[in-house]
Design a protein around this ligand. Structure first.
Ligand code: AMP
Length: 385
């Protein structure tokens, strides 16, 4: 029988499923706290593998690799949510995964996720479950465009989604059914997208990072501004919503709650991610305790750290196409903290790193975040060299 509460101490081993940048930043924190780290990822020398003590090179669906990870680890966490159902079943019964696996199953499917958020008493945009074209027609009459059709499983960063601006878009949107059940969501006329990153430990204590304001380009997070430029009342509402969800789910570890804020300050939950999140990267430099350290503390049954914001901050993602302009113009970025994840191939749109700038005031931060232009300016400068 697997014990429900264990304190993991330095020298013991944390196993991470998934070897991307989130695992890498978790591993870096874990290493600085004295833990050993082993990662499971199919790509040799993956970002987490580069900083971990050991990597098991195998697919996430490889049950014997999952067993090997469990056998070599004192505690298991993950940075990758789409873990195979058989592997989840095995882990539930045989490994110490203090986060549990229910939350993973729930966030793997938008239908279960929305049901859980509503059960927690927190609003989501009006939606309908869609299994076929007839459902879509009925739902569209009810919800009315603009709306967005999303596959229930497998979508991320806007993939597996179709915006239905008016009834004529429905035929093209219907191609999504080939991927299985979908949800049709009312389009929320948001004025801001924000995220609340909350960590909860086995004793039910919670720690919440300052609310971040997120700006997406082409559905990929482009920048996070902290503190979010929202009313105090909205901030309270957002924090209350995230806390209700975390308590309802008996969360252990870190959860990112992405939200839409409307003109009149209403908050709707868009998505949950049961792990550290891109919109919390700013916390590495800007908060007393980063989301990665906090996550490690929670799964190891350590007390949670304080999360106060040391300074206003701006985080900008570095995608494949931004690496060259950044590296050719490093002198422009001397006040930015540069994080590159060690990925081999800089494909367009691929998250390769991020940069964070701490500022003395929000006004100063805003001067630096004409980030719509940050890469264009650098490209022009680079081209003249
Ligand atoms: P998602 O993959 O669900 O996070 O969606 C990616 C992005 O699409 C979000 O960050 C929003 O900018 C936009 N989006 C998704 N769903 C909605 C919605 N119901 N209303 C308005 N914008 C949406």
């Amino acid at each position: 029988m697997i014990s429900l509460t264990k304190t993991i101490l330095p020298g013991q081993t944390i196993g991470i499923i998934g070897g991307g940048q989130l695992g890498q930043m978790m591993a870096l924190e874990a290493k600085s706290m004295g833990f050993r780290v082993i990662v499971l990822d199919p790509t040799p020398d993956c970002p987490t593998g580069q900083v971990a003590d050991e990597q098991i090179v195998a697919a996430y669906t490889n049950l014997s690799a999952i067993m090997e990870l469990a056998q070599k680890s004192d505690v298991i966490t993950y940075e990758f949510e789409n873990i195979d159902a058989d592997a989840l079943d095995w882990l539930t019964k045989n490994a110490y995964v203090p986060q549990g696996t229910d939350i993973l199953r729930m966030t793997q499917n938008r239908i279960y996720e929305k049901e859980a958020i509503q059960k927690a008493g927190v609003p989501v945009a009006p939606y309908e479950v869609i299994m076929n074209e007839q459902d879509l027609n009925i739902a569209l009459e009810k919800i009315e465009p603009p709306a967005v059709l999303k596959t229930a499983t497998g979508g991320y960063d806007g993939k597996g989604q179709w915006v239905i601006k008016d009834f004529t878009d429905r035929n093209e949107a219907a191609t999504l059914f080939t991927h299985g059940p979908c949800v049709l969501e009312k389009w929320v006329p948001f004025t801001k997208e924000i995220s609340v990153i909350i960590t909860r430990n086995l004793h039910g204590d919670t720690a919440i990072l300052p609310v971040g304001e997120n700006i997406h380009h082409n559905n990929i997070l482009h920048q996070t501004i902290v503190p979010a430029r929202i009313r105090e009342q909205t901030e309270k509402l957002a924090i209350h919503a995230a806390t209700k969800i975390a308590d309802f789910l008996h969360l252990v570890g870190t959860l990112a709650v992405e939200m839409f804020v409307t003109e009149d300050g209403e908050v709707f939950i868009n998505e949950l991610a049961p792990r550290p999140h891109n919109s919390g990267h700013y916390s590495i430099e800007a908060c007393e305790t980063s989301q990665f350290e906090q996550h490690i503390r929670a799964i190891c049954n350590w007390p949670l750290g304080a999360t106060s914001l040391l300074k206003p901050a701006v985080m900008v993602n570095i995608l494949g196409e931004h690496v060259e302009p950044l590296l050719e113009n490093l002198h422009h970025f001397k006040d930015w903290k540069i994080h590159l994840y060690g990925k081999k191939e800089a494909k367009t749109g691929r998250k390769m790193g991020h940069i964070t700038r701490l500022c003395d005031s929000m006004n100063e931060a805003l001067l630096h975040i004409d980030a719509n232009n940050i890469w264009k300016i650098q490209k022009v400068t680079g081209a003249s060299k």
